[in-house]
Design a protein around this ligand. Structure first.
Ligand SMILES: NC(=O)c1ccc[n+]([C@@H]2O[C@H](COP(=O)([O-])OP(=O)(O)OC[C@H]3O[C@@H](n4cnc5c(N)ncnc54)[C@H](O)[C@@H]3O)[C@@H](O)[C@H]2O)c1
Length: 276
């Protein structure tokens, strides 16, 4: 009989993290939902049954993150997958107006948290002989200019940490990968777009109207990629960052200016006969 797999999902109470939890549970994985919003985490755990437990965790706090990993081990006996996913938008506005406090607070939630989660997971996984870490970056962490300054820097940092940790931890049988979602319907984006974190319908319609393929991305679309990276099927994928944006941001917005115009050939090879 194979052992039940065990995961910790930070920010697992809503949005992409909730999508990850739901998919893991469908596949029979036990989960710790580690979230600041403990009421929502507890409601989700109650809905999903005894293989899921909720814990109030602030991912900026060392002891909290260690506590989530320790709970996975004490309750379920091991830790196979760590999803460092919790996040917020953080500091927005002109760079010249940014305060150091707002900058540091953004880094704490979006980047230092991923360091803490990776370190605490590695502590258990090294002793255990292996495991998998999946970090949530963003298209803003792959290409500049898609998000606020501090958010962009933190999400680029998540990709860098994913790569460096993968190189070191691979010798212990631990894989570290990242997903880089584009705009995805969630409480975070609904708050920005519709002014109400629960207004999924307005947010989805807005995103679909602006996407290249006419579809909005939902948390389950990103969760599918994240859960795949954590799975045995991805056993040789390590240090990768999987962009999940429907070719809409990292590739699409870059090249789209060339695709909507009539066909022409532009370049020095195109000369009128008789010209130099
Ligand atoms: N939605 C998008 O368009 C999008 C795009 C790219 C990347 N992301 C990233 O995906 C991740 C999840 O975002 P989402 O869109 O699902 O947002 P969301 O607001 O729906 O979920 C974020 C969750 O993180 C939790 N959280 C926030 N701060 C925390 C803290 N300090 N400690 C513990 N939990 C905390 C919240 O309570 C919430 O449950 C974030 O890292 C975000 O940056 C989102």
């Amino acid at each position: 009989m194979t052992e039940t797999r065990v995961a910790v999902v930070t920010g697992g109470a809503s949005g992409i993290g909730e999508g990850i939890v739901r998919q893991l549970v469908c596949e029979g994985t036990s989960c710790v939902i580690a979230d600041l919003n403990v009421a929502r985490a507890e409601a989700l755990a109650a809905e999903l049954g005894e293989g899921v437990v909720a814990l109030r965790v602030d991912v900026t706090q060392e002891a909290d993150v260690a506590g989530a990993v320790d709970l996975a081990v004490s309750r379920f006996g091991r830790l196979d997958c760590m999803f460092n996913n919790a996040g917020m938008l953080g500091a927005v506005g002109s760079l010249v107006d940014h305060t150091l406090d707002a900058w540091n607070a953004t880094m704490d939630v979006l980047l230092t948290s991923v360091f803490l989660g990776t370190r605490e997971a590695a502590r258990v996984m090294i002793a255990q002989g292996g495991g998998s870490v999946v970090n949530t970056s963003s298209t803003a962490g792959v290409r500049g200019g898609l998000g606020p300054h501090a958010y962009t820097v933190a999400k680029f940092g998540v990709v860098g940490l994913t790569e460096s940790a993968a190189v070191e931890l691979s010798t212990h049988g631990i894989r570290v990968n990242a997903v880089a979602p584009g705009r995805t319907v969630s409480g975070l984006t609904a708050g920005l777009i519709a002014g109400d974190p629960d207004d999924v319908a307005t947010t989805a319609a807005h995103m679909a109207s602006r996407s290249r393929n006419g579809r909005a991305a939902y948390p389950q679309d990103v969760a599918a990629a994240a859960v795949f990276l954590a799975s045995e099927a991805a056993w040789y994928i390590n240090g990768a960052c999987l962009v999940v944006d429907g070719a809409g941001e990292v590739l699409g917005e870059k090249a789209s200016r060339y695709y909507g115009t009539p066909m022409s050939l532009v370049g020095p090879a195109v000369r009128k006969p008789g010209t130099a």
